[in-house]
Design a protein around this ligand. Structure first.
Ligand code: F3S
Length: 391
């Protein structure tokens, strides 16, 4: 990979250890993927912030980096961690909370903003064609496909290194030629709700390998449904982008595949691991809710009461919660909790005694059996609300 004189100096350690080690991570990555150079980025987003998923091993490295006093060079945001201090903080082991807060402190010392959300694009929408280094797979797919920004699916360490250097290797999704549709997906019938969009994502993730799809018939889908599709697509496979508006590419020239109603039905059925109808937790907000989603939940739950023995979490960012005070009040009057900074997947649900999770998110339903050791019930928002209210 070609390095400028400045980059070479950083690589030799002339700008200190933190810059050197971060530059070396980026150069190693660039060489691996045959990038020819580094390009400037407008933002970085780091995942793996939750102590539950991070563990102890990387903490020493984070401490060493933070202690150099080196700061991020671009806007740098953080994925959810394991706590909502107001609600879950009181119910989780103090030692866990301390370790988690220590990790957050290290990132903040490096200049990361306390965003703690997987939907950083609601806080600040990336500019079209902006190059970025984001590590949350659902946000990567949304940024590339819906917002028209350009990012690879970074790992935690490479997004951190990119934040410190302010650059990323120029390969993969940063190249226009790698963003073209490669396979035409035809749907039989209309998708009716967010769970069907999520199921489509899981279904496609498994069959596409890394081919970028052009999906026909979803041009008028809501941004929230596209968010569900992208989050699921990234969980089940390696695709980092989908097309949903007709582009100039001649559809006739593309490889073709069809997803029919029975494919979706089978996927939806497989995302529920139990036929039990009584969850311990109803979880909405994977990826974190938009203002629109909070509004919809508030309207549907207004005047109703959640059954005592059921936990009902609606997860979002602090930023959206603050903007949605009226909706939050209505939701919380029902007995549900609007939770920030975390989600059911990255917090310690097992320690809270949660054995069955009901959700409208295909991504959560896909991960919860392994990451939460929980049974799952996958159903649309309206059914989730009905269950929470009726018990
Ligand atoms: Fe976000 Fe947690 Fe889902 S981090 S994408 S709400 S698994």
């Amino acid at each position: 990979m070609y390095l400028t004189k400045d980059e070479e100096r950083i690589c030799k350690g002339e700008s200190g250890w933190a810059n050197q080690v971060c530059m070396k991570i980026l150069v190693r990555l660039g060489d691996l993927f045959h990038a020819t150079k580094l390009i400037p980025i407008s933002s970085a987003h780091v995942s793996g912030v939750s102590y539950k998923t991070l563990g102890d091993a990387p903490i020493e490295f984070l401490e060493a980096l933070a202690n150099t006093e080196e700061k991020v060079k671009v806007r740098a945001t953080l994925n959810p961690y394991g706590l909502d201090q107001e609600y879950l903080g009181k119910r989780l082991d103090e030692n866990l909370c301390q370790k988690q807060l220590n990790i957050l402190g290290l990132f903040e010392k490096m200049g990361f903003t306390r965003s703690l959300t997987c939907t950083p694009y609601y806080l600040k929408k990336p500019v079209k064609n902006a190059h970025m280094a984001w590590a949350e797979s659902s946000a990567v797919v949304y940024a590339n496909s819906v917002l028209g920004a350009w990012t690879n699916r970074e790992g935690g360490p490479s997004a951190l290194a990119a934040a410190i250097i302010g650059k990323t290797p120029d390969y993969g999704m940063h190249k226009a030629e790698n963003r073209q549709p490669q396979i035409l997906v035809t749907l039989e019938g209309q998708l009716r709700n967010e769970t069907e969009f999520g199921a489509l994502g899981i279904c496609l993730g498994k069959v596409l390998e890394d081919k970028i799809p052009m999906i026909q018939g979803i041009e008028s889908a809501s941004k929230e449904n596209l968010k569900q599709l992208g989050a699921a697509l990234a969980s089940a496979g390696m695709v980092n982008m989908f097309h949903f508006r007709n582009t100039s590419t001649k559809a006739k020239e593309l490889e073709k595949t069809t997803i029919d109603n029975s494919d979706l039905k089978q996927t939806i059925e497989a995302l529920s691991t139990t036929s039990k109808l009584k969850p311990d937790l109803v979880f909405i907000g994977c990826p974190h809710c938009s203002l629109n989603e909070l509004k919809q939940i508030a309207c549907l739950i207004d005047g109703k009461k959640v059954k005592n023995r059921i936990e009902f979490w609606v997860c979002t960012s602090r930023y959206i919660k603050e903007k949605a005070k009226g909706y939050v009040r209505k939701i919380e009057q029902s007995g549900a909790h609007v939770i920030t900074d975390t989600c059911a997947v990255v917090t310690w649900t097992e320690r809270l005694g949660i054995k069955t999770i009901m959700t409208n998110s295909a991504k959560t339903a896909h991960y919860a059996p392994t990451l939460n050791k929980a049974e799952t019930i996958f159903a649309p928002l309206k059914e989730c609300l009905k269950t929470a209210v009726k018990g």
